[in-house]
Design a protein around this ligand. Structure first.
Ligand code: NAD
Length: 300
């Protein structure tokens, strides 16, 4: 496969993934709305392009790491402008690392297919730390033959899973994963605040939970590292987590799957989004309960 890759969206996840590609010997053509994000990659050897279409004029494979489905649609298809990836002269494959949900992935894939461009959905899980270390889970949906070609490049990001050939199957996998991550974080916040309000030490609580059956990614990682230390710097925003839970519920409803727990989880994330702000770190969700109860979850 070509060693020349386009990369659009150089944020918290995109920048470390793009950097890993450069370190592995790939030549990158990059674009982001934020000049500081572009400059950081150019300093590492990437070439800057003036628009998504200009990236797609330069290379045949374009990767996207963008916040949400509306933006992915706009960048890929150029809705309302001629600047979308779809207008590029060279592009043959658009590989989306963002979390958009399957409905958007299918729409985008259908529009790209009309121009002979293959869409690959390859959302990732494992956070900024995983993006830096190359230990993400990568959930790929695309034609099998294309997968064989892309697999070595995607392995630079972490462990690669072929989910299926139908567009959006990787996205469905990702929404199921993030529903669990969002639920674990919200439920752990409730359990720990309940303990602290009742006089327990949160560090001891995490240790016991992690030795017992309540163990989860929030009790093992997010609470000890980000909440008890009061750092609140996991690198994933409340707004993006709320988007993922919302998309999961919308798509579950479309699939005819009732979700009682997820409905409550969405309510808590909606409140976190409104009260703490979309840009707050997702681990700050515990502050909603701290405010309501007058306790603080921190190491003594
Ligand atoms: P981010 O906001 O840090 O990065 C997004 C980047 O896209 C920013 O640099 C922004 O300037 C750029 N951008 C926005 N609109 C643009 C446009 N129209 N044209 C070009 N660039 C544009 O977000 P992130 O945390 O890196 O997340 C990216 C995607 O990965 C999201 O879909 C998110 O749900 C998913 N994700 C994030 C994490 C995480 O831990 N942060 C983990 C797994 C998956």
């Amino acid at each position: 496969m070509t060693k020349q890759i386009g990369f659009i969206g150089l944020g918290k996840m995109g920048a470390p993934m793009a950097t890993r590609l450069i370190d592995a010997g790939y030549q990158l053509t990059v674009y982001d709305l934020r000049q500081d994000c572009v400059d950081a990659l150019v300093a590492k050897g990437a070439q800057a392009a003036a628009s998504p279409a200009a990236v797609a004029d330069a290379v045949d494979t374009v990767l996207l790491s963008l916040p949400e489905p509306t933006i992915v649609r706009q960048v890929a298809l150029g809705t309302g402008s001629a600047n979308g990836v779809i207008a590029g002269a060279k592009v043959k494959t658009v590989l989306d690392l963002s979390t958009t949900g399957a409905i958007a992935a299918r729409e985008i894939a259908a529009a790209l297919a009309e121009k002979g461009i293959t869409a690959v959905d390859a959302p990732v899980s494992g956070g900024v730390a995983g993006a830096i270390a190359g230990t993400l889970a990568v959930m790929v949906a695309c034609p099998q033959a294309r997968f064989a070609d892309l697999q070595p490049m995607l392995a630079i990001f972490g462990k690669v899973f072929f989910i299926g050939e139908r567009p959006g199957m990787g996205q469905t996998m990702k929404l199921a994963n993030n529903l669990l991550s969002a639920t674990a974080t919200a439920a752990t916040a409730e359990a720990i605040v309940f303990g602290v309000k009742s006089g327990l030490d949160p560090a001891v609580m995490c240790e016991v939970i992690n030795a017992g059956s309540g163990r989860n990614t929030a009790s093992q990682d997010k609470f000890p590292r980000q909440v008890l230390t009061r750092k609140f710097n996991q690198g994933f925003t409340t707004g993006l987590m709320y988007k993922d839970v919302r998309l999961c519920l919308e798509e579950a409803q479309a699939a005819g799957v009732p979700m009682t727990v997820a409905t409550g989880v969405r309510e808590l994330w909606a409140r976190a989004n409104a009260e703490l702000g979309a840009g707050s770190d997702m681990t700050a969700i515990v502050q909603l309960l701290e405010r309501a109860t007058g306790v603080e979850v921190k190491s003594s």
